[in-house]
Design a protein around this ligand. Structure first.
Ligand SMILES: [Zn+2]
Length: 164
């Protein structure tokens, strides 16, 4: 095998060059998340044509693990034992030069705050509600991804049934 060969990435399905027989370095676009400029988990591994171990690992240790983490986080936020939430502002948010960085805000269950329009709001309830809604959306995306990747594992197994 030489560097002009190409193969399919186990994880993202992209056609890549195969230096030393492994899928070359490339970024990963997670479906439904737009562009994520991380290193694809399939980079540096054998192509899908040869192997699907990395894909199996990805489904169990990345996707399933992420799903479990999200389900736990939702359960924790739905529990009465959660008494406060802290919101950390995104440091990348633009602000005028010289303006101090926004500080983390902690909201306690049952306490209301005056908002900038002069209304009393329950920030705790709002933060909890928004976090749960975001995680539920992500679970649906992760579930779709698990479904897609599981069918790619099944397709690999049937394609290689004779060889095993
Ligand atoms: Zn990839």
């Amino acid at each position: 095998m030489n560097e002009t060969n190409t193969g399919t990435c186990q994880i993202c399905g992209r056609t890549c060059k195969l230096p030393k027989g492994k899928v070359s370095l490339h970024g990963y676009n997670r479906p439904g998340h737009g562009s994520i400029n991380g290193r694809c988990y399939g980079a540096g591994f054998a192509p899908y044509e040869q192997d699907c171990e990395r894909l199996r690992w990805f489904v169990s240790d990345v996707l399933q693990a992420r799903r479990t983490h999200l389900v736990d986080a939702i359960a924790r936020h739905e529990s009465d034992e959660l008494t406060e939430v802290t919101v950390y502002p995104d440091p990348r948010t633009w602000r005028p030069h010289g303006t101090p960085a926004p500080q983390p805000q902690t909201y306690k269950r049952g306490e209301k705050q005056l908002n900038s329009w002069g209304c009393m709001v329950d920030n705790f309830a709002e933060v909890v509600h928004n976090r749960i809604a975001g995680w539920q959306t992500e679970i649906r995306q992760v579930d779709r991804e698990i479904e897609t990747q599981t069918s790619r594992i099944d397709a690999w197994k049937s394609a290689h049934a004779q060889a095993v």
